[in-house]
Design a protein around this ligand. Structure first.
Ligand code: SF4
Ligand code: SF4
Length: 204
C-alpha cells in the first residue's frame, strides 16, 4: 500500500518537474530557428561554394595551380587569327582573350574552401558565393562545369587550330627553302664574280 502511494507521488513529482522546466523555457528567448524558412546571418569571413564568371576567364590556369587538392581542371585551345574567343573576345576589363576554354570544372566533393584559387586570378573571375547548400545524392553531381563550349564546338576549334598550325608549318618550310635557294644563288654569283675578277687580274 505504501509503495502504491509512493509511485503516485513520484509520477506527479516528475510530471511537475518536467512541466516546470517547459514552462520556464516558454518565456525565454528561443535558441533555435525555423531553418530553412529562417536563416542566421553568415559570419563575415564565411567560406562557401566557389563560382567562375567564364566570360572573364582567360584560361591562365593560375587558379588550378594554386589549388592544394587539384579539384580544378582546365583545358584550353589556342585561338587562331580571326577567332573571337567567348562572346566578345575580351574580358569586362578589356583584356584580350586568346584561349578558348573547352573545360573548366571544379569538384566540390574535393574542395576544402581554402579560397587559394581566388587570390592569383588576374581577372577576378573566380570567387566565393554565399551558397552553402548544395548537397547531392551522387558525388559526380558535385563536379560543376563552368565552360560554355560544347564538346562538338571544342572539337571544331581543335580541328581549326590543327589546320592553321599545319598551314603555318608549310609556309615556314617554304620560306626556309626560298631563303636557302636565294642564299645558294647569291653565293654562286659571288663566286662567279670572284673568278672573273681573278681572270681579269691575271690577264692584265
Ligand atoms: S577553394 Fe581551395 S580547394 Fe576549393 S577550388 Fe579553390 S583552391 Fe581548390
Ligand atoms: S586564374 Fe582566373 S583567369 Fe586564370 S584560369 Fe583561373 S579563373 Fe580563369
Amino acid at each position: 500500500m505504501k509503495r502504491y502511494f509512493k509511485n503516485i507521488y513520484q509520477a506527479f513529482s516528475t510530471i511537475f518537474t518536467g512541466m516546470s522546466i517547459t514552462f520556464r523555457h516558454f518565456f525565454k528567448k528561443s535558441v533555435t530557428i525555423q531553418y530553412p524558412e529562417q536563416r542566421l546571418q553568415l559570419p563575415e569571413r564565411e567560406r562557401n561554394r566557389i563560382t567562375v564568371n567564364i566570360d572573364d576567364c582567360i584560361g591562365c590556369d593560375q587558379c588550378a595551380k594554386a589549388c592544394p587538392v587539384s579539384c580544378i581542371e582546365i583545358e584550353t585551345i589556342k585561338a587562331v587569327p580571326g577567332d573571337v574567343v567567348g562572346k566578345t573576345g575580351v574580358t569586362s576589363q578589356g583584356k584580350k582573350k586568346v584561349l578558348h576554354i573547352s573545360k573548366f570544372t571544379i569538384d566540390f566533393a574535393k574542395c576544402c574552401f581554402c579560397q587559394l584559387c581566388v587570390f592569383p586570378c588576374p581577372t577576378n573571375c573566380i570567387y566565393m558565393t554565399n551558397v552553402f547548400e548544395y548537397s547531392e545524392y551522387k558525388r559526380e553531381n558535385l563536379i560543376y562545369n563552368f565552360a560554355a563550349m560544347t564538346p562538338q564546338e571544342a572539337e571544331a576549334k581543335r580541328q581549326k587550330l590543327a589546320e592553321y598550325q599545319a598551314e603555318q608549318a608549310r609556309k615556314k618550310e617554304e620560306a626556309a627553302k626560298t631563303t636557302a635557294t636565294t642564299k645558294a644563288q647569291t653565293e654562286s654569283s659571288q663566286q662567279y664574280n670572284t673568278n672573273v675578277n681573278k681572270q681579269n687580274n691575271q690577264t692584265s
